[in-house]
Design a protein around this ligand. Structure first.
Ligand code: BGC
Ligand code: NOJ
Length: 811
């Protein structure tokens, strides 16, 4: 069953039934000011950091689901309703939500009145702008009472939820003209405040939550709205809110726009006050003035759309598969940008207070957005590398506001350093900007400790080399990519965090075949980079370590039919036929096949066939099999999950593309395509009631074949799945790969594909690529013509910036 449909021309997903199986959300903002908005108007805003600078309050995991948001209430004399159905839940005559690129519209129709709320964060603006359009479609005069609503968060989203003995006494607001200012803690250490305005004189307001709702009423029945009269309350402590009251009379056929601005301001310490206890509102007023008419709002929305046109025009594809095209051209790229902005901080599954920016996560995300915004990727790489230590180890996460490493989680995830090589080489291949390698980058953000970024790559590589176990395989540390395979944790105490506890590490023989394969893949990238910049001695040194790793994998990592996953603390195999549960895992088989280890000897094909046989199912490839059915203290969190969920045999979508890419190494385009389709959201739209989360973005996990409800997805949006699937489809299936010297064309497609077209902007030039596959091949390019001239090999030489060329590829 579907709850809406794609509108590709407008790059929107249109939801026509508000009772989606889970709130289907969108993200607003792409730089400093951000909001999450659900299809019924739920969600919240923050400035840069969802934990430390939360602007409006939201209630996670509440009853009912999706509580708190930017709501409009309409009292039309007959009914009290909201354009998004929630929170009033008054039955609407019609409903439609359109989620677009960083904007959403939610429209409800009731009693002949159409109310459409547009939400977006204009470019370069520290505010969310909302335009509420009211239209009278009847022949009678309509008198409407409009109440807006947001609830202020007391800035720190974590303490906002717990320290009530203090919180209930701190809240402060100011009301001036039609603007409600939230200035809690402004008088002491904060130099920021928030505001909510409307571009009309208001006829009343409320800023005290209890007065607005009535102490025992829910979001669905504010007493002021039901009574049709605000109480002009001024909040002193408790829970400050902002609600404007505006009366609107509409003649038959008439419509009216109201513009609301929800903004954030920072003032310098010596410029905080206008007069005693009256805040300096200059900046707020300037922003409000930028959006004080509907026309100005429309212009800003057009600018936002033009910005997205530009971002999405770098790579466009046309195949015979409409569902594929809409993912590659629109939604997958959009999701990659969202993961760039939010990392794993704020979604409807991530509370915004748990995690900062992940070292491995952010590097992997980079391959999904670097072609859209290389300059911001550059900055991100420097930020990430600055949290590294001189031995190549690094903080697992850092806080976006301070850019400092997060001490609570610390370091010791031994796959982390290698991802910096992926991030950096992806950036250089895209941009051609080798100067980033000379950029001085500190260790642990210590001024004075700067070395070149290239040196950071060297210590990243060497971190693996210097941390090998007894079998010559990489020590896993707290965990490798699989955060839940905690081989040194040995925890029996539910109050210990699996992520940060190492009850045993002395004498540990825990080694990871996932890191081993990763090391071979990105180690080779490092070698290629060294050669490209003429550092042959370093290339030679590194190559020896890679060759040794390949040998170690062949010797100690092969189980006969697939690659072993790891060795535990004691040196026992994990992911081997010798194990009773968890005999085979996806990660090591993904990385070792991507690395092509044992390709000639048939190991790659065999490993992939084992994956097909044991891990594949209707909804995708599960992480391991058989699942763990009891707690293994020597494995940690992985065995804490019920079978079929998350890292314990869930379809962890992030690593399905590793197998997809592995299949392309083997040249099996049919398999690659089959796997791709299984987890691709636009292909699962038809089973939305089972899948549950948004059909326009990837989820981190789909319940696996051993789960209670196979096919049910969780944790949509903020997942490395976005970047990896984009990478797999564009670079390995469609096969358009940026390299240091030009675009390489190496498709690996399903034999029934007759061909496809790609337009790729690359280093300032435009490549119109047409691939033809008349003979039903899966891989292998037989000829390439560039502007009619045949080229040697499959790398299209660089065109001068501004040029465009026609590339004809015959498979
Ligand atoms: C989850 C992992 C996640 C980790 C983050 C675990 O509980 O299963 O997917 O990476 O938490 O700390
Ligand atoms: C989610 C985390 O964000 C990521 O870093 C990790 O690799 C996966 N879970 C697998 O555990």
């Amino acid at each position: 069953m579907k709850y809406g449909h794609f509108d590709d021309n407008r790059r929107e997903y249109v939801i026509t039934n508000p009772r989606t199986p889970w709130p289907w959300i969108n993200y607003l903002g792409n730089e400093d000011f951000f909001s999450l908005v659900s299809n019924t108007g739920g969600g919240y805003s923050f400035y840069k950091d969802a934990k430390f600078r939360r602007i409006t309050r939201y209630r996670y995991n509440n009853v009912p689901m999706d509580s708190g948001g930017k709501y409009f209430y309409i009292n039309d004399g007959e009914s009290v309703w909201s354009p998004g159905w929630k929170p009033c839940k008054t039955e609407l005559d019609s409903y439609e939500c359109r989620h677009g690129m960083n904007y959403s519209t939610i429209k409800g129709v009731k009693n002949g009145v159409e109310a459409e709320a547009l939400y977006f964060v204009p470019l370069k603006t520290w505010a969310e702008v909302q335009k509420l359009t009211l239209r009278n479609t009847t022949n009678e005069v309509k008198k409407l009472k409009i109440f807006s609503f947001v609830e202020w968060c007391l800035w720190n989203a974590a303490t906002d939820m717990e320290n009530f003995q203090r919180n209930f006494s701190t809240g402060e607001v100011e009301i001036e003209d039609s603007v409600i200012y939230h200035k809690t803690e402004y008088k002491e250490r904060r130099d920021h405040f928030a505001y909510y305005s409307v571009n009309e004189p208001m006829q009343g307001f409320d800023t005290d939550r209890e007065t607005f709702f009535g102490l025992y009423n829910g979001f669905d029945e504010p007493q002021t709205v039901l009574e049709g009269a605000p109480r002009n309350s001024e909040a002193h402590g408790w829970s400050p809110i902002a609600s404007h009251y505006v009366e609107v009379t509409l003649q038959p056929g008439e419509s009216k726009d109201l513009v609301y601005v929800l903004g954030y301001v920072e003032n310098a310490q010596d410029d905080k006050w206008e007069s005693k206890n009256i805040i300096n509102k200059t900046k707020a007023k300037a922003t409000i003035a930028r959006f004080d008419t509907a026309e100005k709002v429309d212009v800003a929305l057009e600018e936002l759309k033009a910005y997205w046109d530009k971002l999405l025009n770098v790579f466009t594809v046309k195949t015979s598969e409409e569902k594929l095209d809409r993912m590659v051209n629109i939604w997958n790229q959009y999701q990659c940008m969202i993961t760039f902005c939010f990392s794993r901080s704020a979604s409807f599954f991530e509370s915004g207070i748990g995690r900062g920016m992940g070292f491995r996560d952010s590097n992997q995300d980079l391959v999904g957005f670097v072609h859209q915004i290389p300059e911001r990727a550059r900055e991100r790489i420097i930020d990430i590398a600055s949290t590294q230590f001189p031995d190549g180890g690094c903080y697992h996460q850092y806080q976006p506001l301070t850019k400092k490493g997060n001490n609570e989680i610390g370091q010791g995830f031994n796959d982390d350093p290698m991802w910096l090589i992926l991030g950096t080489t992806a950036y250089i291949k895209e941009s051609g900007d080798f100067t980033i390698l000379d950029e001085p980058v500190p260790f642990d953000n210590e001024a004075g400790s700067e070395v070149s970024l290239f040196h950071h790559l060297t210590v990243s590589f060497d971190h693996v080399v210097n941390n090998l176990g007894p079998l010559g395989l990489p020590l896993s540390g707290r965990a490798d990519w699989n955060d839940c395979l905690n081989l040194n944790c040995f925890s029996n105490d539910p109050n210990e965090s699996f992520q940060t506890t190492e009850n045993k590490s002395e004498g540990s023989q825990a080694q990871s075949l996932m890191i081993a394969g990763l090391f071979v893949v990105y180690g080779r990238d490092y070698v290629e980079l060294c050669k490209t910049i003429g550092n042959f001695a370093e290339a030679e040194r590194a190559q020896k370590h890679i060759d040794a790793m390949v040998e170690a994998i062949k010797l100690n990592g092969w189980d006969g039919d697939w690659f072993i996953r790891a060795y535990d603390y004691f040196g026992n195999k994990i992911g081997s036929k010798e194990n009773e549960e968890g005999k085979i895992f996806i990660e090591s088989n993904g990385w070792c096949t991507m690395a092509g280890i044992g390709l000639e000897e048939g190991m790659v094909a065999k490993a992939l066939d084992s994956v097909k046989e044991r891990l594949d199912c209707e909804h995708g490839i599960v992480l391991n099999n058989p699942p763990f059915t009891k707690y293994y203290i020597e494995y940690g969190e992985i065995s804490s999950y019920p079978p079929g969920y998350k890292e314990n045999a869930g379809i962890f979508c992030h690593n399905n593309p590793w197998i997809i890419i592995g299949e392309t190494v083997q040249g099996r385009g049919d398999r690659a395509w089959e796997y791709f389709r299984k987890i691709c959201p636009s292909y699962t739209e038809e089973i939305s009631e089972l899948h549950k989360v948004e059909p326009y973005v990837y989820a981190q996990m789909i319940a696996g074949k051993d789960a209670f409800k196979p096919g049910e997805a969780k944790n949509s949006w903020l997942t490395g799945t976005a970047a990896w699937n984009y990478y797999a489809i564009t670079q390995y299936i469609l096969g358009i790969q940026p390299t240091y010297t030009g675009l390489r064309i190496e498709p690996c497609i399903a034999p029934e594909w007759k061909g496809f077209q790609v337009t790729r902007k690359f280093r300032g030039a435009t490549y119109e690529i047409e691939v033809r596959n008349p003979n039903g091949a899966m891989k292998g390019v037989s000829s390439i013509l560039v502007d009619g001239k045949r080229i040697e090999g499959n790398i299209i030489p660089l065109m001068p910036a501004g040029a465009s060329c026609k590339v004809e590829v015959l498979m």
